[in-house]
Design a protein around this ligand. Sequence first.
Ligand SMILES: *Cc1c(COP(=O)(O)O)cnc(C)c1O
Length: 388
Amino acid sequence: MRVKPEMADATIVAHDEIFPHGAVVPPIMQTSLFVFESYHDMVGCFRGDNDLPIYSRGKNPTVREFERKVAALEGAADARALSSGMAAISNAVLSQVRCGDRILCVRNVYPDAYRLFLSLLPRFGIEVEFVDGCDLNAVAAALPGCRLFYIESPTSWIFETLDLSSLAEMARSEGVVTIVDNSWATPIFQKPISHGIDMVVHSASKYLGGHSDTVAGVIAGRQEMIDAVNEFVAPYLGGKLAPFEAWLLVRGLRTLPIRMAQHDRVGRIIGERLRNHPAVARVYHPGLEGRGEQTLKGCSSLMAFDVAEGIDIPAFCDRLKLFKLGVSWGGHESLVVPAIAGLEQKNGPNSAKAFELSPRLIRLHVGLEDVDDLWGDLCQALEPGSKQ
Ligand SMILES: *Cc1c(COP(=O)(O)O)cnc(C)c1O
């Protein structure tokens, strides 16, 4: 049974193409090249008459299975998998822009996307301007003359929820292409294309994979947009996804709907309890603040909070036992990152333009452990010596 976009998410992730011998799981096509049965087939393939795979930098059947599933989940005509989320972002952006173009980008995007825009693209004559994506008047003023509008919603670190339908409509009326990074919500909770967005990018290293064992990315969109990536950008940047990693991702996707339901449920409980904790000044969680309901069907469990004045952030981090100190998120394990640790290291004087983070901000990924064990860990780290 072939997956189709009109199927429900849970069915899309459960069913595959029919594979040789009736294998219920896609085989890992660990091969660099595919040989042809005849000269006729080879010439036909080079001419584009048939869809045979040629070489795994371009197309690989295991990788195609992952791409087909993501396209169906996002309601897109097609998808292209790449070796990381950043490869997805850079390939998607480079498929749309050329020297002399201007990109509009919302503030608080993923920091390496921000650095791509701020330090690499200007070398090729591509200018980038940052805007508060919540401020529709500011967006309307900045859009004319842009080639591309790059959006992440909810945004990194403070999870601002943006009105994708309005942003897509404003961009379309100015002839500006839109890209949304949908890693946080996943297609289970947000389908940007249904709001008029042109292309969706993911770090599949996060919830799509879900097991912290793979770094990967994927772009979904209209056929001509994915064709542009496949024909003009991806072959030359060369960042293909490995078949084994695609296989792990197909396996991860099987449980995406139920993992996201659990992340949503436990994330809200932890967020709510944090909000009522005396050592916490503020919680950043769209679901608890009633934000983003026009696009979000649920919330993932990546959130943040400001610790109250007087809480020693390094000591808090070191007291945590279940929450590990680590970047990334979306796996089974709970993680923390204090914003101050990264900001001190990486961002130069320009960072204020794109990030306005409180030095007391802690990012939290709530994993799949027991909610009361996780809460106990946070309590003992916030209030040393107290009973839970
Ligand atoms: C991690 C992340 C990326 C980059 O993905 P990689 O797979 O690490 O390259 C992009 N966007 C968001 C929102 C992310 O969290």
